[in-house]
Design a protein around this ligand. Sequence first.
Ligand SMILES: Cc1cc2nc3c(=O)[nH]c(=O)nc-3n(C[C@H](O)[C@H](O)[C@H](O)COP(=O)(O)OP(=O)(O)OC[C@H]3O[C@@H](n4cnc5c(N)ncnc54)[C@H](O)[C@@H]3O)c2cc1C
Length: 237
Amino acid sequence: MWQFESEVSQVVKQTPEIKTFRFPIHAKGVRYLPGQFFFLTIKVGGKDAIHHFSFSSSPTEKGYIEFTKRITGSDFSQALDAMKPGTWARLRGPVGFFTLPRKHRRLAFLSGGIGITPLRSMLRYIADKELAYDIVMLYDNKSYEDIPFREELDEITASYPSLRLENVLSGPDLPAGWKGKTGLISGDMLREVIPDYEERRFYVSGPPRMVISLESQILGLGIPQKQVMRDSFTGYD
Ligand SMILES: Cc1cc2nc3c(=O)[nH]c(=O)nc-3n(C[C@H](O)[C@H](O)[C@H](O)COP(=O)(O)OP(=O)(O)OC[C@H]3O[C@@H](n4cnc5c(N)ncnc54)[C@H](O)[C@@H]3O)c2cc1C
């Protein structure tokens, strides 16, 4: 495990509710795998407060670590939201086994909203290293404007032919002429978009209720549990 103190160097607003926070790396030997997470300590009301965060950055992005958070009304979120370039934090990691398989190359990524973070790390890594994975991704968000990393996901999809990204919109406001999927990801949608689902390893990430719901859709297709990797963001309802 590594640990170092750092300070916010950049904050990027991804959507009205979601922000990315960047921290320069101030230690040697800071390594992690895409999909892993770390512990962030910040000051909340003068006291140390710790939360887990998936790396939304990729190890191919050198010199800094980023995570991406849905800002809620909690004291922790509000303290985070108030952080400016220069504000102190401590980072400790890496932790977790929600990582890319070495041998199995056919994957299916399922997520919604903030659940994108470990998958963005993996996709950036795969694209930067030009790794030979074959990925179908279904990504559900309320509206087009609510899709974090939207432009980057489109750019990776355009440059990486063996990634197929299906954006799904679940809210009432669809962009004019929207031809994509709507509603929530269902078993029928999985069958249609991923006809070879039996051959794929599934990666599901997001708040616990979303992960439970998506996992039950996958298991309902007859996929064995061991073929499903989960990253559950406990702390959200
Ligand atoms: C492996 C992992 C990866 C995560 N990655 C991300 C990410 O990339 N982006 C993101 O936005 N969130 C992520 N989370 C969730 C994050 O750690 C926060 O819990 C969440 O953002 C809620 O924070 P809050 O400010 O909205 O509410 P808070 O009020 O701070 O938390 C809500 C309630 O949950 C409790 N709580 C907080 N964290 C946890 C926890 N980990 N386990 C159990 N209870 C907890 C608090 O004590 C509080 O009662 C991840 C969680 C885990 C476990």
